[in-house]
Each structure stands twice: as C-alpha cells, then as structure tokens.
Design a protein around this ligand. Structure first.
Ligand code: B3K
Ligand code: ZN
Length: 875
C-alpha cells in the first residue's frame, strides 16, 4: 500500500453537486448506475478526474449523456481516470458498474448478510460500489433508486426520505429515496431484504414529528424494545444537554448479523451489528443492555458530530469519534451513575489505550500518516480522543466549554472540518490560547507525572514538585511539553478534606493544577498537619502518576476521598501494588500473602451499605492480569501474574467469607428482571462476591443449582463463567456448558458468550478446546461476531492460555490470521492487534511471539490491513 500523509492534503479539483444512484439488485450481478453532476473548481487547469474504485467491474461511461470515447478514459484496479473534461461549466457522468454482493466477504461496500443486502462504506467502502471521489470532503446530495424482486426484498431503504415506490414488471419493485443533506460517500447506506419493523414516534423540541423505525429479523421484534427506548432517550438528551435536534422526518436502524464492527452512523439509516440492538432478559446481560444504550446513543449523536459536521480527511477521524465518544460517555453518566461510569471508562482506557500508546502501534490522537485507514479506528482515536475533549471541558469550565461547542455547531454546520477548526472555536469563544493544549492531538504516548511532596511542620507548608515527561514512541523520540490539567485534593489526618482556598494562596482554579512546564512546584501555606494527597481526581488527565505514597495513605484515601472515582482509584492502586509484589514473590519462589491494609480496605468497602452496589463490586474486583502486566511493564510472565493474583484472591476470600456470604444472601434484587443501573449493580456485586466464595467455601457442586435456577442471562452466564473458569474441566463445569449449549443452540448471540467463556479458561488445554470448538456448527469463520467471540477472546482475553511458553497458541493465531485475511482483512487485522504488547513478554515467549509474527510477515499476498499491523508490530 501507499502511505498517505496529512501534509499532502489537497482539496479535489472537482466538486460533485448531486449523485443519482440506481441499484438493480441481484446477489451475484448487481448493476449500479451512478449519475453525478460535477464541475471543475476554478483554477483547476486541465487535470484529469481520477475516481476511486475497488473490486468493480466497469460496464459503461457516458459524459453528458453521450457514450465516452475509449480514448478519454482508462480503467485500472484502483480507479477510473477521465480526461479532457470541461473547464468550468457543470457536466454529468453516468458510470455503470457491476458488483457481486454475495461474493463480498470483506463486508465493505454492498454485501449480503443472512439474505439481507446491506452496505458499509466507512472508511473507503463506497468505491467498492461505484467509481467516486471517495473521500470525506466531497459533500453531495444523494438520490437513490433501488430495484429488487418483491419477494426477496419487500423492504428497500436508503438515506433520507422516501419519495416514491411502486411495482415493476416480472415481480420486481422499486423505491426512490432522497437525502436533502449534503453528505460524504462514507455516510451512504442501502438496505434491502425481508425484515420486520418496530415503530415509534418522537417529537423534537421544536415540535417536528419524527418516525422511528428499527428493522430486525422476523420474530425478533420484541428484542428491539430496549434499543428503541434508548434511542428516544438519546434524542431527548441531545436536545437538553447540547441543544441538538434531529433533522429528518424518519430515523431508521437496521440490525444485521454480519458486521465488521459495532454499528455505523449512516445519515438517517444506521446499520447495526445485531449484538447491539437485540436484548431481552433471557438472552442479554446487563453489560449487553448498557452497550446497546451507549452505542445507540453514540450513532445517534453522530448525526451532529460526524454527519452535519464531518471530517475534512481521515486524519481528522478523532474530530467525530473522540467528540462523539465524549458525548456518549456523558449520556451514560447522566443516565446511570456518574462515578461508576467513570471507573468503567478509565478501566477500559487503561486496558486498551495505555498498552496501545506504550507499544509498537502507538500513534497520536490525530495521526500524521497511515498505510491503511481501517487500522486507525483505535482506542487512541476513540477513547483518548474523548479524554482530550474532557480535558478541554475541565480546563475551560463547563460554561465556556459549552459556548465553544455551540460556536463549533454554528460555524461549521455543513462543513468537512479539521481539529484546528474545532480548537479555534474554543479559542474564539473563550479567548483562551489552546496552542499548547493542541499537543494532545499531535503527540503519541502516555505522559508521566513524577510527583514528590514535602511537609514542613514548623513552617506549616506543603511543597509539591511535579515533573512531566512523555516516553518516546515509534517515530517520535523528542516530546513537546503538554498542558496537563491535574485535579488534586488534600485530606487531613482525620479524613477531612482541606479546602484548597484555605491553604493555597496560589493560582489554582477550583482543584485543578495546570501543568504546562517541565517542572512545576506548588507550595501550600497554612497546612496544619501532614496531609494526604489525592492526585488526578476523577482521572482529570490520561496520564501515569509516579508518586511514592504509603499504603496507609492509600488506605486513608480509600476511606475518606469524597470524589468517588478517586476513592476507587486509591483502592485499586493499593491492590496493584500488592499484586506486583506478589508476582515478584511468586517468581522468587516465596509464598504470597495479602496485607491486612488491603484486606481491611476491601472488606470495609464491600460491606459499606451506604455505597452503591456497583461501586462495591468495582472495589472488590482486583486489577486483571493484563492490568498487572501493564503496570509491571517488562519481562512479563503471565503464569506468575496469574498465580500471584489467585493467591491474593484466596487470602481475601478467606478473610472475607462472612462479608461475601452476607452479600450473596441479601443483595439480589427481588421481582422481575429490570436492566436498570441499580439492579445491574446489585447483580454485579452478587457475582463478585460469589466468585470470592468459590475460593473460600463454596464447592463447584453448589454453583450448578444456582446456574440452573437463574432467571436472567446476567446471572446465568456470570455463574457459568465462574464455574468454568474456577473449576476447568470439572464435571459440574462441563455439565453446565452442555446444558447451556442445548438451551441456546439456535441463538448465535448467546452462543457467542458460551464460546467466549470457554476461550478464556485459564488453562493450558484451552488452545485445544478452541480448536475443537472451531470445528463445531457453532463456529463460522465467515461471521465476525463468531471470530471475535472465539479467536478474539482467546488471543486478547486469556493471558495464560494464549501465552503458552511453547508458543503454540501464537502459531495457531498466525495461521488463523493468514487464513482469515483472505476473506476479511479488517477483522483479521483487528484480531491480530491482540499481540500488540508482545515486546514486553519475558524472553522465551517474546521469541516465540516474534517468530509467529514473522510467519505472517513472510506471506506474499497479505492484505494492506494485516501487512500494516504486522510491519508496525515487528518494526
Ligand atoms: N464510524 C463507525 C466506524 C467505522 C469503522 C470503519 N472501519 C462507527 C462509529 O464509530 O460510530
Ligand atoms: Zn463513532
């Protein structure tokens, strides 16, 4: 592939005004007629028009309705070049291509999923439908005519409003859709097939009626109710919180079962992976409900942040993704519990983005170059991109942030914008210089704040020294200084919070310190006794803090912090420290013991009935094996980490038996299942406590009846997971697996949970199990959800089972990636990123991992997607 560079951006020579598409749909010979009205921009000279194309069969070209002479154009595998076009006036092109949706295994462009025609065009899928200027800064008005056999496709959908529909000869029919909003090609969508619909209505704040429609497979209508409810709540919330109203008379969502990612925000016609639409208590977990709510909201919010204002080029991807993730995070925080949501966000950020940022795949939130854009839909662009927007809100304050965002909506509505455009709105609205802040977009790597503090009892001063640095990342050795908003708090020995304004006398707004220089010293005056510092409250900046803090100080914070997120953070830091020490002890052949400080802190939290159950559950959920590995950083031995974590858990379980028993007996909500956040928190706490109990008293036999009597999927799959992971291969575990399979054998989304639970069994035999499951009817290499559930979970979610010292699981993954790459490069590349931290493994595993990656690299016919990931990982 060719490297694309931000600095090479140039506007197109031609602008497209309208696009009139006609699709004549058949599975292996779909004819697409694409009529575009366009003209050369002034001063464009006589340059040829080069349209993008990929995997198309060229049929015909007309220029201004006359068949083009073959000397005027040339067709290549990657496009269509047309020469001698008019200088200034409008002209039309009519391009006819043929495509085969049934053979489209990449699931990009127009393809078939379970007999349904559907499209995925972001980022560069539209060029697999027709020749086009397939880039986000070419905005045009689309009209789409779809023709198909009535029997096979009674439903014909595209973006915008339905203009006309009617019968054609020989059992065919047609529909014409018109989208009045100019849009880039990546937001185009078409769906055709036989689906059921769930309808509802919404009236916007200004009184406009909107028809809401969710399309699902026949028989699954009832399972779309929660998605519909989430959609209505999202629409209302975006009006109330951000003043954003919907702008078409219909909003449609279609659920399909073969989809490369979660969902897609096509204008007025979102297409979803059915995993993020369908839910009922029997088949969906609390996590599924929360994900559905968040993703429905995310795609809906894109209507303003992404569609009305889109990206000038794909380097600006975070302009729509970071901002939209921020918006969906805020929605969930407002809808559910803000601190619980924040903890989950940070856990996710640290689990996915931090490793990305410290490994071979590190890149800035706004990258400067790429080989394959599909590989840049990353945790950095999305999650760190959202954190950057959050920091902007922290630095400017809620009101100023809102005025900047309002200006952005007003100034750039209808534009294809850049990060600079975005930041300028906040500068103009507030008079703040954001040039140093903008480094967050341009520089990769997780900053480190190294902090020291000194208390002078006689002078009653507290001195805090802060130094910032950013570790080098690929291609970026020297780093710039950043503007880091660091929230902090001080607690006195009795646990009382010291008010900053009583002690600071320095320029600190609220509780935020603005770190802009390399070294920063803050002296707090009038401090009565040595205080305990709480740093990076609410996780105000996505940084690593290096600060020597005693265990008793952390325990103090775990007890008295008023910022609930930070209270959890203190507990988590305490546990992390303990787990790192325990890993060292394991490697040194010593016995592992958990400190009383940690046990007391954990147990007093789990029993604290004043705290939300969801928080109590988060509190007792120890950092995972991957979290511990990340904090250790180098020479990782996953078996040692697993053993250490198990030993610490055993200790906690022994001491906490009574507390956990009391939770298990009392916490579950009574009555009918409800997916609300509070009940979900109670179930989460129940499962965490039950998990500990299996280490103290509860035998595997006791779990089977709990599994059998569960009346919802959260408890059922939760107990199944505990049983199978804690007692792998036991009769009880295998019985439960068999019963689960029998009951849900015809529901692939539920079977995905069954596959994932087995793929993550911490046992050397799991590789063989995964291989065996691949041979059953429940697995299909063709379906991305199945691939992610089985192979993806094994590679990304099973540290001991996947990182076998003999390297056989790496070899297995390499073989799967090579095979899958021929069908679906995007999914293959994504699954392969599970190995992004291979360089931090201990030497034996590291060598095996390198060898497996080298096997992939040696293939001559790799896709650009897998080639790019492999090269960067080995580079
Ligand atoms: N914008 C899409 C992601 C498209 C991924 C293309 N490889 C979904 C989302 O972020 O909302
Ligand atoms: Zn998005």
């Amino acid at each position: 592939g060719q490297e694309v560079r931000l600095e090479d951006y140039k506007p197109t020579d031609f602008e497209i005004e309208t696009v009139d598409l006609t699709f004549r749909l058949t599975p292996s010979r779909t004819i697409v007629t694409n009529r575009i009205a366009l003209r050369r921009r002034s001063g464009g000279g006589n340059a040829p028009l080069i349209l993008d194309g990929d995997d198309l069969t060229f049929v015909d070209l007309k220029i201004d309705d006359r068949t083009a002479d073959s000397s005027r154009f040339s067709v290549s595998p990657s496009g269509l070049e047309i020469r001698d076009l008019p200088e200034t006036e409008f002209f039309t092109l009519e391009i006819v291509t043929e495509i085969a949706p049934a053979d489209n295994t990449k699931l990009m462009g127009l393809y078939r999923s379970n007999g349904i025609y559907c499209t995925q065009c972001e980022a560069e899928g539209f060029r697999r439908i027709t020749y086009f200027l397939d880039r986000p800064d070419v905005l045009a008005i689309y009209t789409t005519r779809i023709e198909a056999p009535i029997k096979e496709a009674p439903l014909l959908l595209s973006n915008g409003n339905l203009k006309e529909r009617g019968p054609l000869s020989e059992g065919w029919h047609y529909a014409i859709w018109h989208d009045p909003h100019p849009k880039p090609s990546y937001l185009f969508a078409l769906v055709a097939g036989d689906l059921a619909v769930v309808r509802d209505d919404f009236t916007t704040a200004s009184g406009k009626p909107v028809k809401l429609e969710i399309y699902v497979e026949h028989g699954k209508e009832a399972r779309a109710a929660y998605a519909m409810d989430a959609l209505k709540r999202s629409m209302r919330w975006d009006e109330e919180r951000f003043g954003r109203e919907y702008d078409l008379s219909v909003f449609m969502i279609v659920a399909v079962s073969d989809f490369n990612m979660g969902a897609m925000e096509n204008k007025g016609l979102n297409v979803f992976n059915d995993k993020y639409v369908l839910a009922d208590p029997e088949t969906a977990t609390d996590t599924d409900y929360a994900n559905i709510e968040a993703i429905i909201a995310h795609e809906y919010f894109h209507n303003w942040t992404g569609n009305r204002i889109t990206c000038r080029d794909w380097f600006q991807l975070c302009l729509k993704e970071g901002l939209t993730v921020y918006r969906d995070h805020e929605f969930s925080a407002d809808t559910r519990s803000r601190p619980v949501k924040r903890i989950a966000e940070v856990r996710l950020l640290k689990a996915h983005q931090f490793p990305e940022d410290s490994g071979p795949l590190a890149h800035p939130v706004r990258p400067k170059r790429y080989q394959e854009i599909n590989n840049f839909y990353t945790a950095t662009v999305y999650e760190k991109g959202s954190e950057v927007v959050r920091m902007l809100a922290t630095i400017l304050g809620a009101e100023a942030f809102k005025s900047g965002l309002d200006l952005y909506f007003e100034r750039h509505d209808g534009d294809a914008a850049t990060i600079e455009d975005f930041l300028t709105c906040f500068e103009d609205a507030t008079g703040t210089d954001l040039s140093q802040f903008s480094v967050w977009y341009h520089q990769a790597g997780t900053p480190v704040l190294t902090i020291g503090s000194r208390f002078d009892a006689s002078g009653r001063t507290l001195t805090v020294d802060i130094e910032q640095s950013v570790p080098p990342t690929p291609g970026e050795d020297r780093k710039k200084l950043m503007h880091i908003p660091l929230r902090m708090g001080l607690f006195d020995p009795d646990g009382g919070e010291i008010r900053m304004r009583d002690v600071s006398g320095i320029d600190i707004s609220g509780d935020v310190l603005h770190i802009t220089d390399r070294n920063h010293t803050v002296v707090f005056q009038n401090v009565q006794a040595r205080p305990t510092l709480s740093l990076n409250r609410s996780f105000s900046a996505p940084v690593n803090i290096r600060y020597e803090q005693s265990s008793s100080d952390l325990a103090h914070l775990a007890r008295y912090e008023t910022d609930t997120y930070s209270r959890w953070q203190a507990l988590n830091d305490l546990a992390t420290r303990e787990l790192i020490a325990a890993t060292g002890a394991t490697l040194g052949g010593e016995t592992v013991q958990c400190s009383n400080a940690l046990i007391d802190a954990l147990l007093s939290t789990v029993s604290d009935a004043r705290l939300e159950p969801a928080l109590r559950s988060q509190a007792i959920t120890l950092p995972g094996e991957a979290d511990i590995a990340r904090e250790i950083g180098t020479d990782i031995d996953p078996d040692a980490i697993f053993a250490a974590r198990s030993a610490v858990s055993d200790d906690i379980a022994r001491h906490g038996r009574d507390a956990f028993e009391s939770v298990v007996e009392n916490i579950l909500p009574g009555g009918r299942y409800s997916p609300d956040a509070e009940s979900a928190g109670q179930r989460a706490l129940y499962l965490s406590a039950l998990n500990y109990l299996t280490r103290a008293a509860l035998p595997p036999d006791a779990l089977l009846p709990i599994f059998r009597s569960a009346d919802n999927m959260t408890i059922m799959s939760g107990v199944l997971g505990i049983l199978v992971h804690r007692f792998p291969g036991s009769a009880g575990a295998e019985t439960a697996l068999a019963e689960f399979e029998l009951r849900f054998r015809d529901n692939p989304l539920v079977i995905d949970k069954w596959l994932a639970i087995q793929a993550t069994i911490p046992d050397p035999g799991t590789l063989e199990r995964v291989m065996r499951l691949m041979g059953t009817r429940h697995f299909s290499i063709e379906n991305p959800n199945r691939v992610r559930a089985l192979i993806g979970s094994f590679a990304a979610g099973n540290p001991t089972g996947f990182n076998l010292p003999d390297g056989t699981a790496y070899e297995f993954l390499a073989e799967q990636i090579i095979g899958l790459d021929k069908r679906n490069p995007q999914v293959a590349a994504r699954v392969l990123t599970a190995m992004r931290s291979w360089k931090s493994l201990e030497p034996i595993r590291r060598d095996k991992a390198r060898a497996a990656l080298a096997v992939i690299a040696q293939q001559s016919d790799l896709s650009p997607d897998v080639r790019d990931i492999t090269d960067r990982m080995l580079g």
